[in-house]
Design a protein around this ligand. Structure first.
Ligand code: SPV
Ligand code: MN
Length: 635
């Protein structure tokens, strides 16, 4: 093993770190890690560096420092704090986010935020030079997935934001032991983050120099002049982009999916589902449905383990959208967020004069003044462009550990993950997809359902809201190798899997002609319980041109059992009528999109979309524009 005391960075690191910190770093005996820390401490020039191990004392140091430096403020309930990102730092920043790839890779990565690696690195290194002057850099090791498991990926983050480190502490497993024992000492993800210059409120000033650059093949992400967690917390979306690239090379999958277990109490059975939904389309709410069990709400790794389709939650916490979390619609999380003693970081909500957090759609009256993402706020306040500032941001968030949830599934700790039997793809449209439909098989599910998933853009991403945009697997913002290869990897992943999961699409957002949602928010429970019965072969279904939909007689009792609601035949017929024209339009958009943006999109995908359009048009001439459930016959 190399003598790290003789390493070229040893004297620099010794001068910047306490003996205790330096000893923790050197004890890992990891030259690659040591060089990484040395290189970026040299470049970013913090006044000092702090090395964390897995101790509670280090977690406490981070928590305390975030408060002392004003990056977080205590709220009145014990354990609750509030953090504000800057006014224009409230969501992922696609314009500032680039995947750095070689020149040869660039043509195939159109639409995937790709940039010439050499150019990007040169640009961001200029910004990083001296960026941490006057600050302390924290070096924190974490692990994606349970430590020392077939899924785990060790990660190191250097950041000058204690809020970012605190978020990482809540969201990810500590990784020092993992680094100590991991077999391949060279294979880990590396992240550097600096909030940059701060204003009096602790918000990043130089947003024009906000960069989130993924050096994909070197597995390093450099993130500057931002704080919003989707831009700053390395293990979240940065690691996801690196993992997607790696999974493509190694033949596994990293998906933007929750993992949850539908509980069939009558049969004493738990069945695991994973689901991909673009932001703000009901993903977290599905993951934590009351009466079911949650494993994770955002990022899943899939591996074939002994011929089984198995998944782990990469995280151990939730960075969730708080808007519309209220006692009626999301009772589990609502209660959790009101409980003193839980460690919760709220971000970008209103802090009232009572030092309590208030958010949009909370279901209670909010104070008319307080502090919010725009600073001191009172009702009617306008921003520099004259827009009225709402009392809380629509992408305001909470950060908690998963194990506070009363319906956490203990299997979230299992090193071999959970056995997945169903995959759900959910979008947001008011007039196209039925509430739930099963794909005939895996390949058709991937091509026709997963790849054509679309959503209106939302406040989770900076930019115009409400634009209908393609969202293959709800993953477009994170796919980091050519789309065609990613699609093919999804298809091929199930080769050698004994029981291939069923694929479903769901849509919670169908509206009536007056613009009202057709079902209550918790109707998703009935759809999932129907899918659970299908996975076990216990209910029949009606054929549609794209798969299978429930029969009324199977849904009616599920609505009674799951929701204690009467489900009328009239509503059933409205919900499940197959809408041909919008589906033809959707597939046409998919063809146009992939022809334009994905030069390597496999011909098979394009021909399948085209032949599906033909099939739908033939169905239209036979059945008319809407097909009543039960009427369609597959020829
Ligand atoms: C999402 O928007 O999908 C999130 C939050 O999970 S972010 O970290 O911003 O990506
Ligand atoms: Mn997400």
């Amino acid at each position: 093993m190399a003598d790290l005391n003789r390493n070229r960075y040893a004297s620099l690191l010794k001068s910047k770190m306490s003996d205790a910190s330096f000893t923790k770093l050197i004890a890992l005996g990891n030259e690659r890690l040591f060089n990484f820390v040395g290189e970026y401490i040299e470049l970013c020039e913090p006044d000092c560096g702090y090395m964390c191990d897995d101790s509670d004392a280090d977690a406490e140091y981070i928590r305390k420092s975030a408060l002392e430096r004003g990056e977080e403020t205590r709220l009145s309930r014990d354990g609750h704090t509030i953090h504000y990102d800057g006014y224009d730092d409230q969501g992922r920043a696609p314009g500032a986010t680039k995947n750095l790839v070689s020149k040869e890779d660039l043509p195939l990565m159109k639409s995937l935020q790709a940039m010439d690696r050499e150019v990007g690195l040169a640009e961001v290194r200029v910004i990083l030079k001296g960026i941490m002057k006057g600050k302390e850099a924290v070096v924190k090791l974490s692990c994606e997935g349970p430590i020392l498991s077939p899924f785990s990926i060790g990660c190191v983050q250097i950041s000058d934001s204690f809020y970012v480190c605190h978020s990482e502490e809540l969201l990810y497993r500590r990784g020092y032991e993992h680094f100590m024992k991991m077999e391949n000492k060279d294979k880990f993800f590396r992240f550097v983050h600096s909030a940059g210059r701060l204003d009096a409120r602790g918000c990043s000033i130089d947003l024009d120099k906000r960069k989130i650059y993924q050096d994909l093949d070197d597995m390093i992400v450099l993130s500057t002049n931002n704080q919003y967690a989707g831009n700053s917390v390395g293990l979240k979306k940065h690691a996801m982009r690196l993992a997607i690239r790696l999974s493509g090379k190694e033949g596994w999958l990293c998906e933007h999916m929750f993992i949850m277990a539908v509980q069939n109490e009558k049969k004493a059975r738990a069945t695991y589902f994973c689901g991909a939904f673009p932001s703000a389309c009901g993903k977290t709410a599905t993951a934590m449905l009351p009466g079911e069990k949650i494993v994770g709400d955002d990022i899943a790794y899939f591996r074939n383990i002994g011929g089984e389709f198995r998944a782990v939650n990469v995280e151990r916490g939730i960075f969730g959208i708080i808007k519309d979390v209220n006692a009626e619609d999301d009772p589990v999380i609502f209660r959790t967020l009101q409980t003193p003693g839980h460690e919760v970081i709220f971000s970008n909500v209103l802090t009232g004069p009572d030092s309590l957090p208030y958010w949009l759609g909370m279901g209670v009256d909010n104070p008319k003044k307080g502090k919010n993402f725009a600073g001191d706020w009172s009702e009617g306040k306008r921003d520099s462009e004259g827009n009225v500032i709402p009392f809380a941001h629509s992408n305001a968030r909470y950060t908690i550990r998963l194990n506070y949830l009363e319906n956490i599934d203990p299997a979230y700790k299992d090193k071999n993950g959970v056995l997945v039997e169903g995959i759900v793809y959910g979008g947001r449209d008011s007039d196209t997809s039925v509430p739930i439909e099963e794909a005939p098989d895996w390949e058709s599910g991937i091509i026709v359902k997963a790849c054509t998933l679309e959503s209106e853009t939302t406040s989770a991403t900076i930019g115009q809201e409400g634009v209908l945009a393609p969202q293959p697997m709800a993953n477009l913002d994170f796919i980091s190798y050519p789309i065609g290869q990613y699609f093919t990897n999804n298809i091929r992943f199930v080769e050698g899997i004994k029981n291939v999961p069923h694929i479903y699409t769901v849509n919670y957002f169908l509206k009536d002609k007056d613009g009202r949602f057709l079902t209550s928010k918790l109707a998703k429970k009935a759809w999932l319980h129907w899918a659970e019965l299908r996975v076990h072969g216990e209910v029949g279904a009606y054929r549609t041109p794209l798969g299978y939909v429930p029969r009324y007689e199977d849904l009616k009792p599920l609505f009674r059992e799951c929701l204690d609601e009467d489900f009328s035949q009239e509503l059933y017929l409205e919900l499940f009528k197959f809408r041909i024209d919008p589906w033809v339009a959707k597939l046409t958009r998919a063809i146009q999109f992939y022809q334009k943006t994905a030069p390597d999109c496999p011909e098979k995908f394009l021909s399948t979309w085209k032949s599906t359009i033909d099939k739908l048009q033939q169905a239209k001439s036979k059945y008319g524009p809407f097909i009543e459930p039960g009427k369609y016959q597959e020829s």
